[in-house]
Structure formats: C-alpha cells, structure tokens
Write a protein of this length. Structure first.
Ligand code: HEC
Length: 121
C-alpha cells in the first residue's frame, strides 16, 4: 500500500512538471493564431493591422499599454483589448495556451523593427 502511495505521488509530480513544461508559449503556433481571422471568434486577423507583427516590436518588454484609449497593465490585457475591440472576438483566458502562444510570438518580434531582410536571410 505504501509503495502504491509513493508511486502515485511520484506520478503526480511528474505530471505537474510536464504540465508546466507545456505551459510555455510556442512562437510558431502563436504566429499561426496571429494570422487566423477566426482566432478568438473574431472576424479579422491580428496580422491585418499588424502585418508581420508591425507596431508590436516593443510590446514584449512594456509594462503598461494604451490600446483603444484605455490602459492595460499587461501584454495579455492589451492582446485581449485588441481581440475584443479590433478583431470583434471574445477575450480569452490570460493563462490559456493560446494566450501564451500569442505572447511568445509577440515577444519574438523584439528588435525586428526597421530590420530589412538581407539576401539569403
Ligand atoms: C483593426 C486593427 C487591429 C487589429 C485587428 C488588431 N490590432 Fe492590435 N492594435 C491596433 C492599434 C491601432 C494599436 C495601437 C494602440 C491604439 O492606437 O489604440 C494596437 C495595439 C496593440 C498592442 C499594444 C502594442 C504596444 O506596444 O503598446 C498589442 C499587444 C496588440 N495590438 C496586439 C494585437 C493582437 C494580438 C491582435 C489580434 C488578436 C491585434 N492586436 C489585432 C489595431 C489592431
């Protein structure tokens, strides 16, 4: 019986570790969501107004946002503001996998402003 309990705890810890590992955002998936007009139930893709992430190059390191004349205290809130006001979709859970993927994509844009792709880049 005791061994079974130890085994159960071990599996639980293993499961939780895996869950946290998967909770990290995926840049490639975020990019796909960013260009999907149906993302979050909307009718426009983020990419229509932010082509290739335009205008979001510094968003990954900001602490405060002013989207649609309102103030947001996190990148997740700013994303949701655009989802609701711009995409005409429904706000998504700030801790959801989709939000983490979108955030990972936006953070990956850092420093890309003004960079021109060179030949073979
Ligand atoms: C209809 C056009 C439009 C669409 C669609 C749109 N945005 Fe925006 N977004 C804007 C504008 C305009 C701003 C600049 C803030 C303002 O003027 O209110 C902005 C600002 C932002 C910011 C804050 C940037 C900063 O550095 O302050 C983030 C983050 C953002 N958008 C993410 C998204 C995401 C993610 C999507 C898709 C879910 C999206 N936007 C869809 C127009 C749009």
């Amino acid at each position: 019986m005791k061994i079974a309990k130890i085994m159960m705890s071990f599996l639980l810890i293993l499961g939780l570790t895996a869950a946290f590992a998967f909770a990290a955002g995926d840049v490639a998936k975020g990019k796909v969501l960013f260009h999907d007009p149906k993302f979050a139930g909307g009718s426009k893709s983020c990419g229509e107004c932010h082509p290739n992430g335009k205008g979001l190059e510094n968003a990954g390191s900001k602490k405060e946002f002013h989207v649609m004349h309102k103030t947001q205290k996190s990148l997740e809130e700013a994303v949701n503001e655009c989802i609701v006001a711009a995409n005409k979709g429904k706000a998504i859970d700030a801790r959801s996998q989709q939000m983490q993927d979108i955030v990972a994509y936006i953070k990956s844009l850092k420093g890309s402003a003004g960079k021109k792709p060179a030949a073979g880049y």
